[in-house]
Structures are given as C-alpha cells and as structure tokens.
Design a protein around this ligand. Structure first.
Ligand SMILES: [Zn+2]
Length: 225
C-alpha cells in the first residue's frame, strides 16, 4: 500500500485489526485512497488503542480489467477531467460517471466478509463517501443496508456488519479528520491518471485538492501542475 493510479481501482486490500486481547477484531477495506486511509486510521482507534495484530490480504481483481466498462478499467474509455465529468456525455447513466467500476465494492466486501467470518471479526470497515463523491451507486447508505441484510442471511452466524463511518462526511471534513487522527494522508493516492505524480486535473484530483484547500491543510502528494 498504497496501490496507484489505475491499479488503485483494480486492486483492493483488507487489513485485519485485533485488540491486545482476543476480541474485538475487525477487517478494513483499503484502496489506498484518501478516504480508506482515514477510515483505516479511525478503525484502528475504534478497535483498539494498541493494535495487537495487523495482517494484509491484497485482492488483485484482474477480472475488472477484462470486464471493462469503466474509465478506470478500460483503456478505450478516457478518464474525464473535472470539467468533463459534469458533462452528460461522460456519464454511463442518468447520474453515474464513467469512472464507476460496475459493482466493484461488492467484490471487495464479499472477500472482506469471507475473511471476517474466518477470523471471527464482527465488523468490516469501508471508507465509502456519499456526499462529494462522484455519484457512484455503491456509495449510497441504502447499498450498505442491503449488503448487511445479505450478510445476515448468507453467513454462518449472521452477525458481521459492514460500517461506513465516513459516508455522510464531506471531503474537507475527511481531510480534517485525517489530520486530527494523524492518518498517513501523504502516502494515500487519489489520482485516476498519474503514476508518479498526480495529474491535478482529473475528477478525483479536483475533489482532493478542493478538500485540502477547504480544510486548510497541505497535500504532500506530488502534483504535475
Ligand atoms: Zn488526477
């Protein structure tokens, strides 16, 4: 971690957290982006002040590249700049941007819940954000309510819960929270295009830059412009 650029959305990872005692345990989904970095820091605080064990399970979901259908997974679809993202021609549906990866979060959550069931963890953290996000349907609270219902029905004990502590926060509030918690935002990566330098103009860079500006914080990630 962090994974970068296009691999940012092709790969995810899950981090298991365990308190010094036998319980509680939690699994945290990480993409390497700003939101999941803050979420992981928050989860570490929530589960245990002294984390007893950390284990990383990297998920390389190459099938997304084969399925395509998103600017983040299909080389034939251009990554829009912030201004283009507001253009209807860059939307795959009424309000869904072309950077949406079809049903991606369900894949990551399924792996995380499988792992949680084996570990005995009762909580899966995921840094989904509804406000200030790009309109992804898998960042809506209703999606997670439905997923939790699926877990109740489809797991051995039905007692694992997906939690999304950032979902109602604005991006600037997430930056402020990250700074307050000491989250390693300097190693998080949000750019959809850049590999070694963030482009500064894609939708994700624009959201990040605006959030840091509004929070009055300095973004240590290198930008091309
Ligand atoms: Zn960018």
């Amino acid at each position: 971690m962090p994974t970068r650029a296009r691999s940012f959305d092709l790969r995810g990872a899950a981090l298991s957290l365990q308190s010094a005692g036998a319980r509680p345990r939690a699994v945290v989904c990480l993409s390497g982006g700003m939101d999941s970095t803050v979420c992981a820091t928050l989860a570490a605080r929530a589960v245990a002040t002294a984390v007893g064990m950390r284990e990383l399970l990297e998920l390389k979901v190459d099938l997304f590249r084969r399925i395509g259908g998103s600017a983040l997974t299909d080389a034939s679809i251009a990554v829009p700049t912030a201004g283009e993202g507001e253009d209807a021609s860059h939307r795959t549906g009424a309000d869904v941007p072309v950077t949406y990866v079809p049903f991606r979060n369900a894949h990551f959550l399924s792996a995380a819940v499988s792992w949680a069931e084996v570990l005995g963890a009762k909580t899966v953290f995921l840094g989904a954000v509804e406000q200030d996000s790009s309109g992804y349907p898998d960042c809506r609270p209703a999606y997670y309510a439905a997923f939790n219902e699926l877990i109740r029905t489809g797991t051995r004990d039905g007692d694992i819960q997906v939690v999304t502590p950032l979902i109602a926060l604005r991006k600037s509030e997430i930056v402020s929270l990250g700074v307050e918690l000491g989250a390693p935002l300097h190693v998080s990566w949000s750019c959809y295009s850049g590999e070694t330098e963030a482009c500064g103009v894609c939708e994700s860079c624009a959201l990040r830059l605006r959030a840091f500006a509004q929070a009055g914080a300095v973004d240590a990630v290198p930008y091309a412009s």
